[in-house]
Ligand binder design. Structure first.
Ligand code: NAD
Ligand code: MG
Ligand code: MG
Ligand code: MG
Ligand code: MG
Length: 334
């Protein structure tokens, strides 16, 4: 069993004389910066001069500087800007990393795939809450926390691990529980999960189910409710009590039909191929090249997804229950 670290495993004093530069004030950035500040840690938010996030950070009572100014005064520099822009921003702050400083991430992509190569005399760590930023902030304010991960890629000082745990404590993660991972494991499982299950797999499952019903002559409204809307009820049951609670809560007919038919729709070989692409770096190379070319395929896929009939049906039907809980608002763009 993996060890789970909680508040009693952290030495908060380890951050007491340190300044943390949080680069970015989006989903994760605003939550880390405000939680650190409320935990009594000296924080400076690093943002470009024209960035719209500057106003948000200042309104929240935080000190704002440019990324390189923030990095210059900091002992811990936390990369909380989009993964695709981190390498170019890193170039502007690299010279501000002093021996013994820490370069910290919330996702391992750029280190694992060699897009950022820090000097050998700094600690390189990861603290990644397992949840979106608004939950990291909201749970902290309630005296609770979001579970999280930490990892050490490079330990120049001998204190990388305990410092990362102290940071996880200061943003509230050790109130819930933190597990140790590696940059490789976090990066590869994260990419696999979002491609095969959470984002890619689930949307394709929904579209395929919807199209199968509509093509067979059933109404698009019925197909929408059955294949998309009801998914929330099922996911809530899985989240609360695992497969057992979900199967216990649905009818015996649903349980028998699901248990005998469900596996037919999943292609395990295709899943293994997705994992191979992640492990070999093929996906990373493709995505890096896609970004260098200003994202032609990304735009095309995005447009096709937005134009799918299920989106129009869904917009119309969701109006009927518009009072339902809203998802996290999208972070302010620059
Ligand atoms: P985000 O997209 O919300 O970040 C937006 C912020 O980055 C804004 O403040 C913006 O001003 C700033 N920014 C954008 N372009 C910039 C540039 N060129 N120079 C300087 N600043 C720029 O980011 P996020 O979703 O919080 O992700 C940050 C990191 O956290 C990533 O490594 C991500 O993988 C990781 N992560 C995110 C989540 C999540 O729930 N969003 C969860 C775990 C880990
Ligand atoms: Mg420094
Ligand atoms: Mg993830
Ligand atoms: Mg991800
Ligand atoms: Mg049913």
């Amino acid at each position: 069993m993996t060890e789970i670290y909680t508040d009693s495993d952290t030495e908060r004093a380890q951050l007491s004389n340190k300044t943390v530069a949080v680069l970015g004030y989006g989903s994760q950035g605003h939550a880390h910066a405000q939680n650190l500040d409320d935990s009594g840690i000296d924080v400076v938010v690093g943002l470009r001069p024209g960035s719209r996030s500057r106003e948000h950070a200042q309104d929240d009572g935080l000190r704002v500087a440019t990324p390189s100014e923030a990095a210059a005064e900091a002992d811990i520099v936390v990369m909380l800007i989009p993964d695709t822009v981190q390498p170019s921003v890193y170039e502007t702050i690299a010279s501000e990393l002093d021996p013994g400083d820490t370069l910290q991430f919330a996702h391992g992509f750029n280190i694992h795939y060699g897009q950022i190569e820090p000097p050998e005399d700094v600690d390189v760590t990861m603290v990644a809450p397992k949840g979106p930023g608004h939950l990291v902030r909201r749970t902290y304010e309630r005296g609770e926390g979001t579970p999280g991960l930490f990892a050490v890629y490079q330990d120049a000082t001998g204190e990388a691990s305990s410092e990362a745990l102290a940071y996880a404590g200061a943003i509230g993660c050790t109130r819930a529980g933190v597990i140790e991972t590696t940059f490789r494991e976090e990066t590869e499982t994260d990419l696999f999960g979002e491609q095969a299950v959470l984002c890619g797999g689930v949307t394709d499952l929904i579209k395929a189910g919807y199209e199968t019903l509509v093509d067979a002559g059933y109404s698009s409204e019925m197909a929408y409710f059955e294949c998309l809307n009801e998914l929330k009820l099922i996911v809530d049951l899985l989240y609360e009590g695992g497969h057992t609670e979900m199967w216990n809560s649905v009818s015996d007919t649903a349980e028998y039909g699901g248990l005998t038919r469900g596996e037919d729709v999943v292609d395990r070989e295709a899943m293994e191929a997705i994992l191979d692409g992640v492990q070999s770096g093929e996906f990373a190379r493709e995505w890096i090249a896609e970004n260098q070319a200003s994202r032609p395929a990304y735009r095309q896929h995005r447009r096709a997804e937005q134009n799918h009939e299920i989106e129009e049906v869904g917009d119309r039907l969701r109006e009927l229950f518009a009072w339902s809980e809203q998802a996290e608002p999208a972070p302010a763009d620059d």
